[in-house]
Each structure stands twice: as structure tokens, then as C-alpha cells.
Design a protein around this ligand. Structure first.
Ligand code: FVH
Length: 296
């Protein structure tokens, strides 16, 4: 049985992430063309077998699949605006972090020049690329996802989230929002314990098992939200969840209560609107996009 040749790919942007993606392709035998605004950054990959394109025009015409791993939305336009007409008929997979609307703008712009666009959001650090635990979300043209799948799967677990090009970015940033809020909560706790002399290392050792166990609550909150009934039995009520004592304790210790005060504010609004007997998950109603709540 014959196996198809690994597809040729151009990688634009050789920062930490672009270099990791290109190196993984080279290791897997793909014909890989690379380009970077600062050309010196292509040297290490050239040694490993990549072709360093001398110009952006040469880069985008060298292969039928072009992958952009640049800094931000503006840098994608700055790089590709001058050569977009040369890309007519190509597929562009953009792994540069953007907002959902920026991704949609790029999809419309690309389509206007006959370029088939797929947006991607990387949920991994550069050393994770090509190994277990790496995930990349995609949205946009399904045909690009399907055609490029043998390339995409070299890097990470690939998930297609739909035709709306903004969805990969949206789901990525939603998860990062959860992550950073959790990190801020941990750091606030470390500052509270630190006010009594506990090292952050000791606090991390003690907090990690507790916080990990608490993530089991996500599924319970989710079923209450999706069921739309915050009065179902077995929930911790908003009245019971009053966090003003944690805010006070933080202030007493001279620690800024900002992260926990933000949560307490959401709880307080729901209680003031008459929902104190309902479950903690009800603060979702203050946050969600199409909320008509007075407790916003
Ligand atoms: N590194 C990570 O852990 C995260 C994981 C999640 C996804 N991000 C996003 O991936 C994009 C690239 O990230 P990176 O880590 O490779 O970033 P840098 O090492 O800073 O490299 C940036 C590259 O972008 C080039 N660049 C910047 N501005 C421009 C521009 N105006 N025109 C052309 N190229 C530009 C830069 O080139 P140079 O400075 O070497 O000349 C680098 O190649 C990013 O969206 C992350 O959010 C990574």
C-alpha cells in the first residue's frame, strides 16, 4: 500500500510557536518553507532542512498551504496585505491569536481575494507541540480543515468548531478567561497566606489538591445553568455563599481583595435582586450576553 507524500507547508512567523510548529513538520518529513520578518530567525530551521524564503511573496507562493503564526491581528495584515493577490487559490490557516471579530474580519478579507481561510487557536505552549496534551481549535472553511488534517494532526489534537471563523478564538479565550481568573484567585490566596509568613510554595502545595477537587463543581454548575432552574435542591445558595467575610479578612491582613471582591459583587447583586435562596451558579445570569436581569 502506498502512502501519500507529506504535504508541503509554508510557515510565516518563526517566534517560539512558529519555530516549534515548523520543526515538528520537518521531523515528520513535510517539505517546509519558512519566512520571518527578521530573517536570521530562520537559520536554525534551515539547518534542519527547511527552505528559507527570501521574500514574503516567495514564501506564500512556494506551497499550497500557508500557516501564519504572527504576533497579532495587525501583524497578519501588515505581512499579508502586500501579497494577498498572489495567494489566490491557496489555503491560509491563521494560528495567530486574535479576537473572534478579528478572525471573522480576516476570513472575509481572505475570501475577497480568493483565499480559503481557516482560523486556529493554539491551546498549548511551544514545547508541547507534537506531544500529548497539545490541542488546537479550528473554525472557518471545513474543506480547509479536512484537506489540511494530515498536517494539523502533526501538532496537536485538532478540533473543528464550525464554519464561523470566530468560534475557535472565542472558545480559546473563554477557557483562558477561566484559567486566568483561577490563577488570580490562587495568587490572592497566596497573598493572604503570605501575610502570615507562609511561602507561596507551601501555599501552592496545600491549595493544589483542594482547588483541583473543586473543579468537580463545574459539571454541576453547568447542569443547573443548562436546566435553567436555579432553585433545584442540592445547591449551595447565594445567601450561604456570601463572601464578605473573606473580603474583610483580606483587608484585615492588608491584602488587596480585588479578585474575591469581584465575585462578592456578583453575589451581592443577585441577592439584592431577590435571588438569595437560589444556587450560586445564578451569577451566570449577571454575566451572560443576552441577559435581561436587573442584577447586572
Ligand atoms: N507561545 C505561546 O505559548 C502561545 C500559545 C498560545 C498561542 N500563542 C500565539 O501564537 C502566536 C505566536 O506566538 P509566539 O510565541 O511565536 O510569539 P513570539 O515568539 O513573540 O513571535 C512573534 C512572531 O511574530 C512576528 N511579528 C511580530 N510583529 C510582526 C509584524 N508586524 N510583521 C511581521 N511579523 C511580525 C515576529 O517576527 P520578528 O519579531 O522575529 O521579526 C515573530 O516571528 C501569537 O499570536 C501568540 O499569541 C502562543
Amino acid at each position: 500500500m502506498s502512502h501519500p507524500e507529506p504535504a508541503g507547508v509554508t510557515v510565516l512567523g518563526l517566534g517560539a510557536m512558529g519555530s516549534a510548529l515548523a520543526a515538528t513538520l520537518l521531523d515528520a518529513g513535510h517539505d517546509t518553507t519558512v519566512w520571518n520578518r527578521t530573517p536570521e530567525r530562520a537559520a536554525a530551521l534551515s539547518t534542519r532542512g527547511a527552505t528559507a524564503a527570501p521574500t514574503i511573496g516567495a514564501a506564500v507562493t512556494a506551497q499550497p498551504l500557508v500557516v501564519a503564526v504572527l504576533f497579532d491581528h495587525a501583524s497578519v495584515h501588515e505581512t499579508l496585505d502586500p501579497v494577498i493577490e498572489q495567494m489566490r487559490g491557496s489555503a491560509l490557516v491563521n494560528l495567530t491569536t486574535t479576537t473572534p471579530n478579528e478572525a471573522r474580519e480576516l476570513a472575509t478579507w481572505a475570501a475577497g481575494h480568493g483565499v480559503r481561510y481557516l482560523d486556529g487557536a493554539i491551546m498549548a505552549t511551544p514545547p508541547m507541540i507534537g506531544g500529548p496534551g497539545a490541542a488546537i481549535l479550528y473554525s472557518g472553511l471545513r474543506e480547509v480543515f479536512d484537506d489540511a488534517r494530515p498536517v494539523l494532526d502533526r501538532w496537536a489534537d485538532s478540533t473543528y468548531d464550525g464554519a464561523d471563523s470566530g468560534l475557535a478564538s472565542l472558545f480559546d479565550l473563554a477557557m483562558l478567561s477561566g484559567m486566568y481568573s483561577m490563577f488570580a484567585g490562587f495568587l490572592h490566596g497566596a497573598a493572604m497566606a503570605g501575610s502570615a509568613g507562609m511561602s507561596a510554595t507551601e501555599f501552592a502545595g496545600r491549595a493544589t489538591p483542594f482547588l483541583s477537587a473543586m473543579t468537580d463543581s463545574f459539571a454541576h454548575f453547568a447542569s443547573v445553568i443548562d436546566g435553567g432552574d436555579y432553585t433545584v435542591p442540592g445547591q449551595q445558595s447565594l445567601d450561604f455563599s456570601d463572601l464578605s467575610h473573606i473580603v474583610r479578612a483580606s483587608e484585615e491582613q492588608g491584602v488587596q481583595p480585588v479578585p474575591i471582591a469581584a465575585v462578592q459583587e456578583l453575589i451581592g447583586k443577585q441577592i439584592a435582586a431577590g435571588h438569595g435562596a437560589e444556587g450560586f451558579a445564578r451569577i451566570y445570569e449577571s454575566l451572560r450576553a443576552d441577559s435581561t436581569e436587573d442584577a447586572r
